[in-house]
Design a protein around this ligand. Structure first.
Ligand SMILES: [Fe+2]
Length: 448
């Protein structure tokens, strides 16, 4: 199985170094630290790869050798574009990576220098791989629309932070793509919606909630033209968090009353921001943002909805998807729960917190063992669900780790058969990112 970890760490360390260099001179202690860090991590990467690591950039995708790095491609999409804007198509790191070369690379990426690394332990645009070698992952339209949506959220959030005007044309376009992809490739979309990011929690969470809401809207029979309005609200439902201090959002313990007061403002902050940018067709997105923490029984926040308890049904739908993704994600103040556990939470809240019809519809949509579930079977095999159980049929699974063995280099199609499911594991427990296996697990991804 491809481990993305070192490659992601290397790219992030180079990104941090180039940012640092654009802010502070080389002699600054924090620049020195960033340089040491980037040197150590890129050296570890080249050692891992047998002495030479080649990172290639093609379209929206980042590759290590010939292997697509799906998580890095999403998480580092803006850095990917920075590299491409500097004319970088590949970077080859040869052990031992020279600190001077890393410094040259950082300066080159930051636009401080036109010189490529002089010691030649890092070489630009000398990848031994052709475009055809790398194109296997490029057909994934669903991943591409995920990337676009993340970019849109980053852009809207940055504009809001600076109090700049923004319009929703980019967001509208991104959700059109997500709607199209979620309809044409439902299984791949649901698996991708398990993607997590600790650093950009809110953005990844928002795209996941958007995919889940589209899937649910589709299942309950909403016409395609209505799905876009639902999807826009789902994508932007948490945008008001831009106004909440990140120290509160990432606070590792119990929040005090003052901190809670701040958090509880995000629905109306988001709704107000959306309303200023929305055309009449898009105003429903503002309602969804406003009501997504309002409970079915009239509690929740903001409190103003309690009088009539007449929540828009899109808000009730998004609230269910919101809970599911939030519970299955690790946060600074609590661990992630398994998908099955998250469904129990939704079921327990049906009729009080959640609209019971939507709670049931949601569970029906994602199945008892949703895509991305990691299941331990009675004979010791560890499998991952690629397509949820549907009307009594067992889920489609791939084998990740045979009993008593290591993780496989490549997951293989498997069947649960008459084996029992004895446990469910969390991605962090076994070092697997289910969504990152999308291109490897045999879900048919149609080129678009
Ligand atoms: Fe929220």
């Amino acid at each position: 199985m491809i481990s993305e970890k070192t490659a992601r760490a290397a790219l992030r360390s180079i990104q941090a170094l180039s940012r640092q260099m654009s802010l502070y001179p080389m002699g600054h202690p924090s620049t020195g630290e960033a340089l040491t860090d980037a040197t150590v991590v890129t050296q570890a990467l080249s050692t891992d790869e047998g002495g030479e690591a080649v990172i290639s950039l093609l379209g929206d995708s980042i590759y290590l050798g010939k292997s697509l790095l799906p998580h890095a491609s999403l998480e580092l999409s803006s850095f990917l574009r920075t590299l491409q804007s500097r004319g970088i198509e590949s970077m080859s790191f040869t052990s031992p990576v020279a600190g001077a070369d890393i410094a040259d690379l950082g300066a080159f990426i930051a636009g401080l220098s036109g010189d490529v690394p002089a010691e030649a332990t890092i070489r630009l645009n000398e990848s031994p791989y052709s475009r055809a070698d790398l194109e296997s992952g490029e057909g994934s339209g669903v991943r591409r629309s995920y990337t676009r949506s993340l970019d849109v959220l980053r852009g809207v959030a940055a504009a809001l932070e600076r109090d700049e005007h923004f319009d929703l044309s980019g967001a509208a376009w991104a959700v059109e793509q997500l709607v199209e992809q979620t309809i044409s490739q439902p299984a791949a979309s649901l698996l991708l919606s398990t993607m997590k990011s600790h650093d950009e929690y809110t953005f990844f969470h928002s795209v996941n909630v958007c995919i889940l809401s589209i899937s649910m809207g589709r299942m309950i029979g909403l016409p395609t033209e209505h799905l876009s309005a639902l999807a826009l609200g789902a994508l932007l439902h948490d945008i008001g968090k831009v106004r909440v201090a990140s120290s509160i959002l990432q606070f590792p313990g119990r929040l005090d009353a003052a901190q809670w007061k701040q958090i509880k403002l995000h629905p109306q902050e988001g709704a107000a921001a959306i309303l200023t940018a929305a055309n009449p067709m898009q105003e429903i997105a503002s309602t969804i943002a406003y009501e997504h923490h309002a409970r079915f029984d009239g509690l929740g926040y903001p409190p103003s909805h309690r009088k009539d308890r007449n929540l828009h049904f899109y808000s009730r739908l998004v609230a269910t998807a919101d809970t599911y993704d939030a519970i299955t994600t690790r946060r600074s103040y609590r661990r992630a729960e398994t998908p099955n556990r998250a469904l129990h939470v939704i079921l327990n809240g049906a009729g009080t917190i959640y609209d019971p019809d939507f709670a049931r519809a949601f569970i029906e949509m994602v199945g008892v063992y949703p895509a991305g579930s990691l299941l331990q079977l009675s004979d010791g095999d560890l499998v991952m669900v690629t397509k949820a159980d549907d009307q009594g049929e067992t889920p489609d699974v791939v084998l990740l780790r045979p009993a008593g063995d290591q993780l496989l280099a490549q997951p293989v199609k498997a069947e649960i058969g008459d084996r029992e499911i004895v446990d469910q594991l969390l991605p962090g427990e076994i070092g697997v990112e289910p969504a990152a296996l999308l291109e490897q697990v045999g879900i048919i991804i149609q080129p678009v």
